[in-house]
Design a protein around this ligand. Structure first.
Ligand code: ATP
Length: 312
């Protein structure tokens, strides 16, 4: 049977009295990008630091391609590349010096270091900055160097803790593109507190809140789950509340102004068509209709009551 790339079993950690994460379990068996989504303090960095062997868990197990990170730390770590949230980049050294140092730390044989450094510089688009001090690179290029050190030893799994945080919109697009490229041949776990970031990059999503998994499934299932459940309509000649409330699928109606109304509905595929047709038939003079999606905190609240499915 093929070994999973990474398996977390009931991982729990407390720094002092309170649990930072509790019973986190998931498994990754394929290449591609898994997004770890959670608000600030949800437990993303704690999970990633334990996964990469930087922090020792209070309870539970992490197994990387069959190697338990506590029993066989060297074998497990060989298979992981890690870009922590505050990457330990030495600002006073050049890109070449830094990557050569990282290659040494990864025990790449001396006669293969130059080729390994050249390969990741090329892949991460930093070759033209080889002699530039890290301190003189933009945030986006520093992150590229951080990603380069994470893949220099060809790991099976790359863990990136909020890699696009603090970058400008262009840099975000470039770093996302790079992450997608490196995920073609390995598994990448990517954390963010921004839903749009995870939606734009990941195939699977694990959502944590208050140190617990509240959702774990494909991005498609997640997007289906957060289908809109309300719409805002403006009528030139609005009907009475009762008439709107009696439309099929509508379960609540609230007037925002005398002409603009929010209607909550159960998922029905043809809800907007029904409203448009009824409006024409009844002479309500429909001016505008917009579907609304739940805000992230509402989704967290909804999902916190749902049972997760644990395989990505
Ligand atoms: N070194 C520490 N000592 C004590 N508590 C900590 C420590 N590091 C994190 N915590 C606490 O553990 C919980 C989880 O923190 P963690 O940093 O893992 O969350 P996060 O999802 O990565 O948040 P952020 O996006 O803000 O980094 C938080 O309540 C945090 O305050």
């Amino acid at each position: 049977m093929k070994k999973s790339i990474v398996k977390l079993e009931q991982l729990s950690h407390r720094y002092s009295k309170d649990w930072a994460i509790k019973d986190i379990s998931f498994e990754i068996n394929k290449t591609g990008i898994v997004g770890l989504l959670g608000s600030n303090g949800a437990g993303k960095s704690t999970t990633m630091n334990i996964l990469c062997g930087v922090l020792s868990q209070t309870e539970g197990r992490v197994v990387i391609e069959g190697f338990d990170t506590r029993e066989h730390p060297a074998e497990a770590k060989k298979r992981i590349g890690f870009l922590p949230q505050n990457a330990p980049l030495y600002l006073e050294v050049t890109v070449d010096e830094y990557l050569t140092y990282c290659a040494n730390l990864r025990h790449i044989p001396a006669n293969k270091i130059k080729a390994a450094v050249d390969e990741v510089k090329e892949k991460c688009g930093v070759a033209h900055f080889s002699k530039r001090l890290l301190g003189n690179l933009s945030g986006g290029y520093r992150q590229r160097v951080g990603i380069a050190q994470a893949i220099i030893h060809h790991p099976l799994l790359v863990v990136l803790d909020e890699p696009t945080n603090g970058l400008d919109p262009n840099q975000i697009l470039e770093v996302r593109h790079l992450i997608k490229e490196i995920a073609e041949e390995r598994s990448v776990i990517f954390s963010s507190h921004i839903l749009a970031e995870i939606q734009a990059t990941c195939h699977d999503i694990i959502m944590i809140e208050g140190g617990k998994i509240v959702f774990s499934d494909t991005m498609d299932s997640f997007n289906n789950y957060i289908e809109p459940n309300s719409l805002v309509v403006t009528f030139g000649n609005p009907p009475e509340k009762e008439k709107l409330a009696s439309l099929p699928g509508i379960n609540n109606v609230e007037y925002i102004t005398d002409k603009t109304i929010r209607m909550h509905f159960n998922i029905t595929p043809d809800i907007t068509e029904n409203i448009v047709e009824t409006s024409v038939a009844q002479g309500w003079k429909l001016r505008e209709i917009n579907l609304e999606k739940s805000a992230l905190d509402t989704i967290f609240a909804q999902l916190s009551n749902k049972k997760p499915n644990h395989t990505a």
